[in-house]
Design a protein around this ligand. Structure first.
Ligand SMILES: [Zn+2]
Length: 408
């Protein structure tokens, strides 16, 4: 089993963290901003030093390519993103890109040529902090989002993706949807599971299903002082009961079922008026499509039952459904062989967050490698990872990618 140079990787991560730092030790490189461009330029510089070719497609996805012995074969691709949240961390996305760079550096240093070409992808606007939706560049690449629609999306200042690409010089001509042999994305877990288990590496088997519902509850607004309690149709007390029941519902699907009410609004709220209309959002997640469907059905049933009993009207609309995304069995096996060969403690894990790899999984054989992050913290300036975990995750990526790139 090969090893990467963990010190060099850490050093690169820390150098990248100097591009657009925030006060509390994080980074602010919003997609296709001058700061994002500066991050990309530093990465590009490192890649050119290795003799890699840099190319950009029409949505600004950047690809650094190292030729293979048989360069006509589709490339094995690593990568992630360099854009951040407004108060983002130093590792989310950046780790996947710079681990890819360290793989190429290690192979070059150790005089290893692969049969297939290798590429490192930097996907545009993964975070969705400047342009919605998140994972925009990879969605356009895989055809999940039409290029024309994506180019027309505007940020809060009214600047379109097309204009931002023009301004940063990242409107390229590399075709979208090129054939990839495989895609491997290393990433911090962004949750507490690996740290809790004391494991340096997670072998990721896929992404979980997500169901978003919009619930609108209507009662009757009335005077808080003159309306006897039994005669009220209070939308908020109804919603309170619904939310308590929804937390209960999560226990029926434990431990994999996740239930979140992230937004709640009382229409025309006033301290001495009985709430007549309350809207809230529901985020349901589970590893399995069948279970997410069962969760949605149970949620709809309990909401309807509570509304009926309280004389409330309710509408439940599905805002978004993203099915579970199983990763490729061969790619997972390659990661597993690598982690076992290196004798690193690990566990299988499902990704709780969205990633470019979720889109890529519909395009080519795909998987991910997770490392823990301190306190499970991400999308936070204090986001941190341990140098030893950073190194081990990259060792796994290196060996998995090498076996894939050399397979006959
Ligand atoms: Zn990320």
């Amino acid at each position: 089993m090969l090893k990467c140079n963990g010190e060099r990787l850490w050093d690169s991560l820390m150098q990248m963290a100097k591009v657009a730092p925030t006060e509390k030790g994080g980074n602010c490189r919003l997609a296709l901003s001058a700061e994002d461009r500066a991050g990309r330029e530093l990465f590009t510089l490192w890649c050119r030093d290795l003799g890699m070719d840099i190319r950009v497609d029409s949505i600004g996805n950047l690809f650094a390519r190292k030729a293979g012995r048989n360069d006509a074969l589709p490339p094995v691709v690593m990568g992630s993103h360099l854009d951040t949240q407004p108060k983002g961390g130093r590792f989310d996305g950046i780790y996947g890109v710079l681990a890819g760079l360290e793989v190429v550096r290690s192979l070059k240093e150790q005089g290893i040529e692969t049969a297939r070409p290798l590429e490192i992808a930097v996907w545009t606007n993964e975070e969705g902090a400047r342009f919605t939706p998140a994972m925009l560049g990879s969605a356009v690449f895989t055809g999940d989002l039409a290029l024309e629609r994506a180019l027309a999306i505007r940020d809060a200042e009214g600047v379109s993706v097309a204009q931002a690409l023009e301004q940063t010089g990242y409107a390229g001509d590399l075709p979208l949807g090129r054939e990839f042999d495989a895609y491997f994305e290393a990433h911090i877990e962004q949750g507490p599971i690996l740290e809790e288990a004391g494991l340096p590496v997670g072998v990721v088997t896929g992404g979980q299903a997500i169901c978003w519902l919009d619930i609108d509850v209507q009662g009757v607004p009335a005077h808080a002082g003159t309306t006897p309690m039994p005669l009220r149709r209070d939308a908020l007390f109804g919603v309170g009961e619904m939310i308590t029941a929804l937390e209960q519902l999560s226990r029926d699907f434990a431990p994999r079922g996740l239930v979140t009410v992230g937004q709640l609004s009382i229409a025309r709220s006033s301290r001495n008026t009985i709430p007549g209309r309350v809207a809230f959002t529901l985020d349901l997640r589970h590893h399995e499509d069948g279970q997410i469907a069962a969760m949605e059905a149970s949620a709809r049933d309990l909401i309807a039952a509570i509304a009926t009993r309280r004389g409330l009207d309710v509408t439940v609309e599905r805002h978004w459904l993203s099915p579970a995304t199983p990763f490729d069995a061969d790619c997972i096996a390659a990661v597993k062989r690598a982690v076992e060969g290196l004798d690193y403690p690990h566990q299988m894990i499902v990704s709780g967050a969205g990633h470019d790899a979720i889109h890529l999984a519909r395009h080519c054989p795909t998987t991910m490698v997770f490392i823990p992050c301190v306190g499970g913290l991400s999308h936070n300036e204090a986001e941190d990872a341990l140098p030893d975990d950073v190194t081990k995750g990259c060792d796994v990526l290196l060996n998995a990618v090498l076996s894939r790139a050399d397979r006959s």
